[in-house]
Design a protein around this ligand. Structure first.
Ligand code: TTP
Ligand code: MG
Length: 356
C-alpha cells in the first residue's frame, strides 16, 4: 500500500533555542551539556550547534573532550524545562497537519499524510503537494518559534527519517517511492537503523561499506549472521518498512544514570548512589501508575566501556522490594564480572504496562 510519511526534526535543537534566547552567541560555537570544568568535567555533550560541530563536537561526546577540541566555545548547561515548553509549542503546530502523528522525541515527529493520495489524481502530484505542505509547516514553525527544522518525506518512516537526516540543517527532501532504492544505495551502512557500530564492523569485514552492497546477501545469510535484526536489515536496505505512524507513543521506559565525580570501586559510594537511583525510578514509575517487566542495570567503567544486565519477569510488577533486590543482584553480577573502577551506574525499567 502506498503511503506518504513526513519526518520533522529540529536542527541542533537545544543549542538553537539557546542561540535564539542569547543573540550574542550568534556565529559562535555553542555546546550544551555537563559543566566542562576547564577540561576536567565528567559528563557528556547533549548537543552542539553546527559551528561547534566543525570542531568535531557532537552529542554524547565526553564534555572534557569537547573542551579540548574547542575551549573557546560557549558551554551551557541544559534548561530542560524550558526546552520542553518550546517542544510542546512546536508539536501543537505539527499536529495541525495530520491527525495521524507520532512524537518520537523532544524535537522529532512523524506525520502520516497519505490522505494527500486520495486528493490528487496521481502519485507525483500527491508528493508535490506533500512537499508544499512541508514547506508551509517549516515556515509556520519558524514564524512562531524562530527555529529552523528539517523535513524528510518518503513512502515510509525509514525513508522519511533518512531523508531528513541527509538534508540537515534547514532542509526539505522529498523522496518519491520509485526513487527510494537509489536514494539509499550510495549511503553508508550505518544510516540503516539497527546497524550499530558492532554490526557495521562485522559488515565491513565482509567488504561491505554502502547500503547497496548489503543487498548482495540473502535474507537467510543475514538472519544466520545477525539474528532477527538480519531480516530487518534485509528489508530496510530494500527501502521496505511497514511500521505505521503510531498515534501517540507511550513511555517505553523509566531510567536514570549517574556519573560519579571520581571513578570508584567503593561499595558504600556505589550502593548508596544506586539506592537513590532506584528510589527515583520507583517514584516516577508509581506516579504514572506504571508496572514493569524488565529491569536493566548498566555500569560504565573507567575505560568508558559500558556493560549491562537485564532481567525480565513473567508478570509485570510495581514492587519496590522486587526492584531493589533484583537490580542489586544485577549490579553485583556486573561488578563481579568486571574489575575496573566504576564511572557511571544506571538503572532502567521497561516493558511497561498500566496493570499487572
Ligand atoms: P537530535 O535531534 O538527535 O539532535 P539535534 O537536534 O541537537 O541536532 P540535529 O540537527 O542533528 O537534529 O536530538 C534533539 C535534542 O535532544 C538535542 O538538541 C539534545 C538532546 N539530546 C541529548 O541530550 N543527548 C543526546 O545524546 C542526543 C542525541 C540528543
Ligand atoms: Mg534534531
Amino acid at each position: 500500500m502506498t503511503r506518504i510519511v513526513l519526518h520533522i526534526d529540529m536542527d541542533c535543537f537545544f543549542a538553537q533555542i539557546e542561540e535564539r534566547e542569547n543573540p550574542r552567541f550568534k556565529g559562535k560555537p555553542v555546546v550544551i551539556g555537563a559543566d566542562p570544568k576547564k577540561g576536567r568535567g565528567r559528563g557528556v555533550v547533549s548537543t552542539a550547534n553546527y559551528e561547534a560541530r566543525k570542531y568535531g563536537i557532537h552529542s554524547a561526546l565526553p564534555i572534557s573532550k569537547a573542551f579540548q577540541l574547542c575551549p573557546e566555545a560557549v558551554f551551557l548547561s541544559p534548561n530542560l524545562r524550558f526546552y520542553r515548553k518550546v517542544s510542546e509549542s512546536i508539536f501543537e503546530t505539527v499536529k495541525d497537519y495530520s491527525s495521524q502523528y507520532e512524537i518520537v522525541s523532544s524535537d522529532e515527529a512523524y506525520l502520516d499524510i497519505s490522505f494527500l493520495l486520495a486528493k490528487n489524481e496521481n502519485l507525483p502530484k500527491a508528493y508535490k503537494e506533500a512537499g508544499e505542505m512541508a514547506d508551509k509547516l517549516k515556515k509556520e514553525i519558524f514564524i512562531k518559534e524562530k527555529l529552523t527544522s528539517t523535513i524528510g518525506i518518503g513512502p515510509n518512516k525509514l525513508i522519511a527519517k533518512i531523508a531528513s537526516q541527509q538534508d540537515k540543517p534547514n532542509g526539505l527532501l522529498v523522496i518519491l517511492p520509485q526513487n527510494a532504492l537509489s536514494f539509499l544505495s550510495p549511503l553508508d551502512i550505518e544510516i540503516i537503523p539497527g546497524i550499530g557500530p558492532k554490526t557495521a564492523r562485522q559488515l565491513r569485514k565482509l567488504g561491505v561499506n554502502k547500503v547497496r552492497e548489503i543487498r548482495r546477501f540473502s535474507k537467510e545469510f543475514l538472519q544466520e549472521n545477525f539474528g532477527k535484526w538480519g531480516v530487518d536489515i534485509y528489508h530496510k536496505t530494500r527501502a521496505v518498512d511497514r511500521s505505521p505512524v503510531k498515534g501517540q507513543r507511550r513511555i517505553k521506559s523509566v531510567g536514570r544514570e549517574y556519573t560519579f565525580p571520581a571513578d570508584t570501586r567503593k561499595p558504600e559510594i556505589i550502593f548508596s548512589t544506586f539506592e537513590k537511583i532506584i528510589e527515583n525510578i520507583y517514584k516516577r514509575a508509581t506516579r504514572k501508575e506504571l508496572y514493569f517487566k524488565t529491569i536493566t542495570v548498566k555500569c560504565r567503567f573507567s575505560n568508558f566501556q559500558s556493560h549491562s544486565k537485564s532481567i525480565t519477569f513473567k508478570k509485570p510488577t510495581n514492587q519496590l522490594r522486587v526492584l531493589e533486590r533484583e537490580s542489586k543482584i544485577l549490579l553485583l553480577k556486573l561488578l563481579v564480572k568486571k574489575r575496573g573502577l566504576v564511572r557511571l551506574i544506571g538503572v532502567r525499567v521497561s516493558n511497561l504496562s498500566h496493570k499487572n
